[in-house]
Design a binder for this molecule. Sequence first.
Ligand SMILES: NC(=O)c1ccc[n+]([C@@H]2O[C@H](COP(=O)([O-])OP(=O)(O)OC[C@H]3O[C@@H](n4cnc5c(N)ncnc54)[C@H](O)[C@@H]3O)[C@@H](O)[C@H]2O)c1
Length: 435
Amino acid sequence: MRLSVIGCGYVGLVSGACFADFGHDVVCVDKDADRVAALRRGEIPIYEPGLDDIVASNARQGRLKFSLDIAEAVRGAEAIFIAVGTPSRRGDGHADLSYVYAAAREIAAALDGFAVIVTKSTVPVGTGDEVERIIREARPDADFVVVSNPEFLREGAAISDFKRPDRIVIGTTDARARETMSEIYRPLNLNQPPLFFVDRRTSELVKYAANAFLATKITFINEIADLCEKVGANVQDVARGIGLDNRIGGKFLHAGPGYGGSCFPKDTLALVKTGQDADSPLRLVETVAAVNEQRKRAMAKKVIAACGGSVRGKTIAVLGLAFKPNTDDMRDAPSIAIVTALQDGGAKVRAFDPASMEHARELMPGVEFCGDPYACSEGTSALVIVTEWDPFRALDLDRLTGKMASRVIVDLRNIYRPEEVRRRGIHYVGIGLPS
Ligand SMILES: NC(=O)c1ccc[n+]([C@@H]2O[C@H](COP(=O)([O-])OP(=O)(O)OC[C@H]3O[C@@H](n4cnc5c(N)ncnc54)[C@H](O)[C@@H]3O)[C@@H](O)[C@H]2O)c1
């Protein structure tokens, strides 16, 4: 099939590359000329394990092309996926749909023949109706259907998530669109992921409900972690104790510094706004968003407490800046609020991350970036693990703390066993663990 994907970000690029890998002919479009030029040279603008190989092999075989020109990409395409950003609108938390609507207008201008226009971006309920209205207004003659097909991939595991999804949600009641969408995803039949057809509004809401539920699970265990610290219990054992109940499940029950990233923070806020606008407030989600926001700075207080109540004039090492391992995405990363709060407290911060330091540099003025964890810890009064990258899991703790001003580790991801660290004479603070 001939497909086009508008937006070459984390979702558009992965979707386009994987569709090409299934055998479809794909043109990926972005309005960022540098990004398109880099992709044409075979350079991948984001860190996503395995993506470079898939892009290279499909580009070589001529199934995957990159373009700046929506019109060229849309002409003759059977389906056009909108995968542009939907960030929080400045100031109020509503999703900013200006990129989606701009893409819709550009698609409208170029439509020829029947096409299915698929919103892959995460968009509030009713956005499909508006996309349809925009296109119909611009092109009363056009033959098209607007479908919702939210994306559930996780950064860092995006390719396997895309190729082996738990489910594919498709929002349409149109028979032709249903046929086109079934054909696009047919190569996945071998793994038999359920193709779940619902109406468009329901599909749009499924995505937000899923993210809000996962954010709630994380926030729940984070609050239980705080309680564990107060009453002398162990959150990891509580999480395991409840997670073994398959009505609850063990995933997303890892206590930590609060959720971040390009999706949960903005999507919970946007869902709250949808609820308020519809006179159906989602008080649980409102609380989750508020609790999570406070938590990030509370983590800095934890570090300050571990340093004896003040970090003024001290240097603190931070390991891990990206919002989670295996990505370079810094959007709403907890590290930003933690580093800022430490700097506000008078600390100097040194940091290391395997992939995100280039992005972090712009977001974290005053931070000294280091070449590896050992260089990062030298001369510091505490080392804070913010992101649980694999290379941080088996560090040589004696070497790591050997040149520190004081041997303090604050492990916001509980990747080390407290007794093993403490046995070395290191002051160790985890999350939700008995002291
Ligand atoms: N990142 C994730 O893990 C993830 C997962 C599931 C869903 N989503 C959703 O998918 C959407 C895209 O997210 P992302 O992280 O890939 O965003 P992103 O910011 O990484 O990429 C968006 C890209 O779209 C391009 N763009 C914007 N307007 C354009 C236009 N009119 N024409 C061509 N290109 C245009 C931008 O230049 C950018 O490269 C969002 O709605 C997001 O919520 C993201």
